[in-house]
Design a protein around this ligand. Structure first.
Ligand code: PBG
Length: 338
């Protein structure tokens, strides 16, 4: 006799397997039981702006992506809204670089001008701005230097000024990407002190020192002149530390969290999804985009299928928002246009 607490005996082996293929039989059944989708409302389109009034220019390192003059963005905002894109992430460039990166917090710099034009063109477009100094400092680091090192608290204070300039121009959300400790707290208190208590913060919480930002840095001219970013961006080897970064940002008042790059951080997305209740964004970065573009151009993958599979993986891992250079193409495919 088996002991009283034994598990029931395994089911007798059946000649019929578990038939999971029943629900894969037709497209209608597959769609009916699909667990996630890549809804266009979740996409965030990165927008590069440069000072001046010139025409939009292609960015060689990011095929299909343009760089815009701020004052020409109103019609772009209308087009994006018509295409179903609900939100953009704005990256600026300096009129003049200096060691402090002071053009980053000028009220009439490229980003504040762009924000005003975008909101004028489409008031309902959710405008997020990248808050960093690397495209504005002559040395290319994300903060100000002291004795050759990035000075944390002085940098966080500058980031507060940048966020205030963006909020004053009408940004809905500011997204600090400099990876300074305390940057979310510094920005929150500067914004609140200036009456911008409704401006939300999307914290680039887990941002790796990554090789996949290459095309972006070529586009922005923001690679550090000396050294690298490993003293402030995260070591990709550390998942527990990534959770500490996120917990710190939550405690400092972040409204949304971000993980970046995306495909190399699926485990972090999944862990963050279980641990935090804030909306979670995945940034499918420039190198990830460029790899897919290159593979598609070489004819070795079906671009549309590969992009969908990638973005589905981010959703399955737990991302609510998907920041991707593919946003416009995905929206077009979704509309059934080639
Ligand atoms: C600015 C910033 C970077 C990216 C977003 N914000 C570059 C960097 O940290 O060097 C990368 C985005 C991308 O590669 O698409 N600090």
């Amino acid at each position: 006799m088996a002991p009283r607490n034994a598990l029931p005996p395994p089911e007798p082996s059946r000649s019929v397997p578990v038939r999971l293929r029943r629900l894969r039989r037709t497209a209608a059944l597959r769609d009916w039981v699909a667990e996630v989708d890549v809804e266009v409302r979740r996409l965030v389109y990165p927008l590069f702006v440069q000072p001046g009034d010139g025409p939009a220019e292609p960015i060689p390192s990011l095929p299909g992506v343009l760089r815009y003059s701020p004052r020409k963005l109103a019609p772009v905002a209308r087009e994006l809204t018509e295409e179903g894109i609900r939100s953009v992430l704005v990256f600026g460039a300096a009129r003049q670089k200096d060691p402090q990166g002071s053009d980053a917090w000028s009220p009439d710099g490229a980003v504040p001008q762009a924000v005003r034009a975008l909101k004028h063109g489409s008031p309902e477009l959710v405008v997020v701005t990248d808050v960093c100094l690397c495209a504005y400092t002559s040395h290319g680091h994300c903060g100000v230097l002291r004795d050759g090192d990035v000075a944390n608290d002085a940098s966080a204070e500058r980031l507060g000024r940048v966020a205030r300039a963006h909020a004053a121009a009408g940004a809905d959300v500011v997204a600090p990407s400099a990876m300074m400790d305390g940057q979310v707290a510094a920005i929150r208190s500067t914004l609140d002190g200036a009456g911008f208590d409704s401006t939300a913060i999307l914290a680039y919480s887990t941002k790796h020192a990554s090789a996949f930002y290459g095309p972006f840095r070529a586009a922005e001219g923001s690679a550090p002149a000396a050294g690298d970013r490993k003293g402030y961006q995260m070591d990709p080897r550390n998942a527990r530390e990534a959770m500490r970064e996120m917990a710190a940002d939550v405690a400092e008042g972040a409204d949304l969290l971000m993980v970046k790059p995306a495909l190399t951080s699926l485990d972090l997305l999944a862990r963050a999804r279980r641990r935090f209740d804030l909306p979670l964004a995945a940034y499918h970065v420039s190198g990830e985009y460029a790899m897919l573009k290159a593979a598609a151009a070489a004819g070795v993958v079906d671009e549309r299928a590969a992009v969908n599979e990638t973005l589905v993986a981010l959703r399955r891992a737990g991302a609510d928002l998907l920041i991707t250079y593919y946003a416009r193409e995905v929206a077009r495919w979704d509309r059934g246009a080639g």
